[in-house]
Design a protein. Structure first.
Lengths: 364, 364
């Protein structure tokens, strides 16, 4: 990480700027994970000037809500933190492109949130804007997780949009992930008298064979296709160069479609490795896309109608555990996230804002 | 390692003592690998008093020879070093048992060498006595290896006996050992999109399958049965818990009968893993038992006629590469070697000396 002094670092946000200019202002507020306080203060202060919103804060997490008594409530969420700066601040504009740390992941999305918060005093649905910290680091510090644990009522909604970069395509739900250790045990012996031992690494042949032969399921949910995968991600065995090893451990990662629960996923893995010692070491549930919900249908229509399944695990799963269907939808190419040459199209920011505004203002 | 002060540590050896008492004297001369100089000095000084022997020294290795012009020459070898002392010095006698570090491995064998050197001025075969250092540590420091490289003429003989503990059973030859790495390569991908990658650990299924199915050869040489073995001794693969791994390395150890050369052993391993990337990383040849030699036949008869194959790699292989058939034969239970409660039967020391003396003095 190399941060450079920002002589012109802003101290306040101007929500009257357009989305691109506001993104630049956000980018020039360094906010590497764990160091979001100044930006959270600025976001809170800016939102508190808006009379149509009630604002709450917990740690460096800020939640702003309309209270209009609408039939539906939509939640728009974004994280304030970035990965470490890599000599890519302050931001700079070249033609339609804005360059700098966080332009894609995800201060352009946060700018769209703030623009909508500032300019939609009378939306067709009640709105909740969530700005949270520590998304880029270990899950235990994730601000959205802290809000879900401490103030789940702040996150109540019928549908949520996480404005992570998705190249302006709706990414629905997310797959679950489970890790397990399959342990083979044998008997040690000197390798010069190998028949006195039982080689645990050789036993792993059958386990790896089941993995190699495994036919992953493809399943369609709400029109999105999810492709599962069951893979060895680590294998370890061996005592010394002259010893028949008595243990070999295969670590597998099961990425599963969100129509399976965590318990069902674990049962499936145990079934695949029936006859072997299986220990689940790590598990996170998937999230159903929820695209059959009326709010989601209207959202899909407003954003062009196309959606794809999300394979990687994302914070939409946190909403799912709260019973809130959620999708990823935001400006920016996700492949540029975390890169030194991170950049975002200014027109894409404007387009994302326009579509969301259309969805949230259309006659119902 | 815990060594204790020896107030009565000897400075000279008395070769008129019986084998058991001489073993005790040798045991009370601490000589952990790398620290053999005092004992090598004492051995050299004691041997130089014997007019029927010519004595040579290289480092802490001492070689004494008769020069009687006999038709055959027999070499008797033993190492002077021990593993680290483990609160088991000085030696002590309980009934027929002598306790202490090195009693079995192999100061009892060295005592038998010294007794024969001192008391056989007119043997039926010319004799070469070799005392060497650093047998218990890395091969590059082994004194017998240094002698073979620097003074191979000192080791010239028709037959060699290594007086390592063998429970008074002749152990013939030794198996060769070869290590090789079988490397599987694939393509990395995020485990949430595993179909974009090629899992190298899964590829190892076939390699481990060949190992599990491998039928090791059993072969009889000079009446001794050798059992080969081909085993995985290590497996490693994995990048991170969410990455399809692009490499997996299986390390195999092939223990092979001494009718195969190193090159033939390597070719066999390559054949077993045909189609895979195989790199031989380590290799040491085996040693034929040579029990068909006349000197060996007479030796076998003198020691009771029974012999078994040696599976572990030992220094007899060094003699084999010099063209000298060699066997292990010495007092003491090899299973007690390197143990805190190491001990040796005094009567077994006397019996070993008696049999070797009979062989080396019988009318021819």
């Amino acid at each position: 990480m190399s941060s450079q002094p920002l002589t012109s670092a802003p101290t306040a946000l101007d929500l009257t700027l357009d989305g691109g200019a506001l993104t630049a202002q956000l980018v020039d507020f360094p906010s590497v994970s764990g160091d979001e306080k100044a930006l959270a203060d600025a976001v809170e202060n800016a939102l508190r000037t808006l009379p149509h919103l009630t604002v709450d804060r917990y740690g460096n997490n800020v939640v702003a809500r309309t209270q209009l008594g609408r039939a539906e409530r939509v939640l728009l969420a974004g994280h304030l933190d970035t990965v470490p700066i890599a000599d890519n601040l302050p931001s700079r504009v070249e033609g339609d492109l804005l360059w700098g740390c966080g332009t894609t992941d995800m201060k352009s999305g946060v700018a769209v949130q703030l623009r909508l918060a500032a300019t939609l005093p009378d939306p067709n649905r009640d709105l909740t804007f969530v700005f949270y910290d520590c998304e880029e680091i270990e899950a235990a510090r994730n601000g959205l997780g802290h809000l879900a644990a401490q103030h789940p009522d702040w996150l109540a909604a019928d549908f949520a949009v996480l404005l992570e970069p998705s190249d302006a395509v709706v990414e629905g739900g997310c797959q679950g992930t489970l890790r397990a250790k399959v342990t083979l045990t044998g008997t040690r012996a000197h390798s010069a008298r190998s028949w006195l031992g039982d080689n645990a690494i050789h036993q792993a042949a059958a386990v790896l064979g089941r993995l190699a032969d495994y036919q992953p399921r493809r399943v369609e949910i709400d029109g999105l296709e999810y492709r599962e995968g069951l893979n060895a991600v680590r294998i370890e065995g061996g005592v010394a160069g002259n010893v028949i090893p008595d243990e070999c451990v295969v670590t597998v990662n099961f990425r599963y479609a969100p129509d399976r629960s965590e318990a069902e996923a674990a049962a499936h893995v145990r079934e695949v490795f029936q006859g072997y010692q299986v220990e689940v070491t790590d598990s996170a549930p998937g999230a159903l896309p929820g695209l059959a919900q009326p709010a989601a249908q209207a959202f899909l229509a407003a954003t062009g109608g196309s959606a794809r399944a999300k394979y990687g695990w994302t914070d939409v799963a946190r909403f799912s555990t709260l019973g809130v269907p959620a999708v990823n939808y935001g400006p920016g190419d996700p492949n540029l996230a975390h890169k030194r040459d991170e950049h975002c199209s200014l027109s894409a920011i404007a387009e994302c804002e326009r579509r969301l505004r259309e969805w949230l203002t259309a006659a119902r």
